[in-house]
Write a protein that binds this ligand. Sequence first.
Ligand code: GLV
Ligand code: MN
Ligand code: MN
Length: 409
Amino acid sequence: MSAHVNQQRLWDSLMRLAEIGKTAKGGVGRIALTDLDRQGRDLFCTWARDAGCEIRTDRIGNIFARRPGRNPDAAPVVTGSHLDSQPLGGKFDGAFGVMAGLEVIRALNDAGIETEAPIEVVDWTDEEGARFAAGCIGSAVFAGMRPLDEALALIDADGISVETALDEIGYAGAAAVGDIDFKAYFEAHIEQGPILEAEGLPIGAVLGAQGQRCFMVTLVGEDGHAGTLPMAKRHDAFVAAAEMSLTLEALASTYEPAAVITVGHVRVVPNSRNTVPGRCVFSIDSRHPDEDTLERMEAEMTGTMQAIADRRGVALEVAPVTRAAPVAFNPVCIDAVRQACQARQVRFIDMHSGAGHDACKIAKVAPTGMIFVPCERGISHNEAENARPEDLATGAQVLLDVMLATANN
Ligand code: GLV
Ligand code: MN
Ligand code: MN
């Protein structure tokens, strides 16, 4: 039994979706739980219903589209990813995984194939963490890794909570979060790195993902007049943050294999040309494949920042936002991806993910695997993010083969 994905239909769906939140340079800005996110969700639901799916939305806004199987009591084989994007993101990060799942269902419909277990496609709420600081909100709650109440209470920079934002876009669903078991979960995603393209390979069978610790740092110094306050008397919170950023950059390269540390969000208060900034809030995203190393990095980062803060006379507060341990995916799921590649004579390599994914959370509660496809020059979290239609179709085909085999065995 086999079904074939339709490359053009997959590409057209991705391009149509990318119209929602389209940016000036051809990327996508579809931040979680905004009206644009709502429009993306609405389109997904419409397409899924047209393909014969039943839609279920849970209390954290995760949307599940189910194609029924022969056995309604069987646990579903699930795929998906996220429809939200970075503020200046690309057309494929997340969107590919959801559209690939939809293409699996459409292709099964075309071929008239009924599976034993149901097939589901899910859009997880706020994977990116660009708005509420914490990423993978929906999948983390689903996997029991973040309490629902805590997730609903997270606030954005304007003080709007996840709960309010979900209500506003009409996606605060009724279903209990995590109320179903998955037979297996497979997520297709662009690699977001340069390895597959450099090797000339269409597929990565993902073994797992590196760990991640994220923090919000608040520095409180003293506002002052930019013309009258002598340099030596300043407690400039932004300059302290700048020194900390450079120190963290240097620190990353002292770990083996090299760690990655990013200061990506900075808020300077009052943010006025002629006031010495008395307050600065910034984010730290630190990642490494080894948990013990992450622990040592955290201790060193905190100690180094405290020394800078003390020397500059600013108060330092470091609030942990995310602590995600390195993840190893399920050996059976990894093998299923490899076998699907071999059966179609598609070349692949085993690889680790540098990025975090909803799959990393779901791996806690279900057998999980991931399929990577190459993206141009490995560029992601960038409006220029690009991928070739044929590579996306290959990834979707491998996803279909893996899901079909899993749903029927
Ligand atoms: C996901 O976008 C991540 O931060 O790895
Ligand atoms: Mn993603
Ligand atoms: Mn992303």
